[in-house]
Design a protein around this ligand. Sequence first.
Ligand SMILES: Nc1ncnc2c1ncn2[C@@H]1O[C@H](COP(=O)(O)OP(=O)(O)OP(=O)(O)O)[C@@H](O)[C@H]1O
Length: 254
Amino acid sequence: MADLAIETDALTKRYGNEYAVRELDLEIDPGTVYGFLGPNGAGKTTTMRMLTTLTKPTSGSARVAGHSIAERDAVTPHIGYLPEEPPIYDELTGREQLEYVAGLRDLPREESGARIERLLERFDLTGDADKRIEAYSKGMRQKVGVIQAVLHEPAVAFLDEPTSGLDPRAARTMRETIADLADREMTIFLSTHILPVVDELGDRIGVLHDGRLVAEGTPTELKRRAETGEEGSLEDAFLAVTDEGEYAEPEEAV
Ligand SMILES: Nc1ncnc2c1ncn2[C@@H]1O[C@H](COP(=O)(O)OP(=O)(O)OP(=O)(O)O)[C@@H](O)[C@H]1O
């Protein structure tokens, strides 16, 4: 069997006496779009920061694209990360920023040049690609952030609220792009509060609450769990499993 794309074993992060992430066990197959849901402060960003090697766990372990997160240099070539605030330089143009990232990733110039143009075009940024990023709107910055996260075609992409700041047309382009990347066997770890996005795109969904995984399954399985017998909405399911006192048995999946 192929390696799992993401595998965590009792992954835990504590800040002082507070647990941000508690004994998280995940097994995510390659090519999966994994929707990672949870209320504010549930531990989603902390989880993504551990899996992208930006924060060290307090205890537990994880492998991403077959490499231990303890080995940063082994993991980073295989991952892309769109954080809440994409790291971009205001003084560069959009195209320069992407060329800069392609250079950091050691991508061959001819190949990366064509890919950059294709992605700029896809996100309707070609006309603004030679303007400095300081003049970009939030949505335009978000587009650059996503393009630079997937430019090197990583095995696993971590996307934190990828549709944030995007107008409906751009949000649709983003969803189509994520679906295309998944079709090409990229694993997408997708954190969002926009439930229809994970409902549409997610192969599996994990719900985090107070640092614990309180539910996991396909969108349909989660919706079925929301009501007894009948299928509810994903929102019903989310509210049910993140209700205080509802998560006495964190390991219980759907
Ligand atoms: N650097 C830090 N120092 C102390 N506590 C932190 C730190 N980073 C996160 N936390 C705490 O860890 C918990 C989880 O935070 P995290 O940002 O991972 O949540 P989240 O699920 O991404 O939330 P949101 O949906 O609001 O972005 C919160 O209680 C937060 O206050």
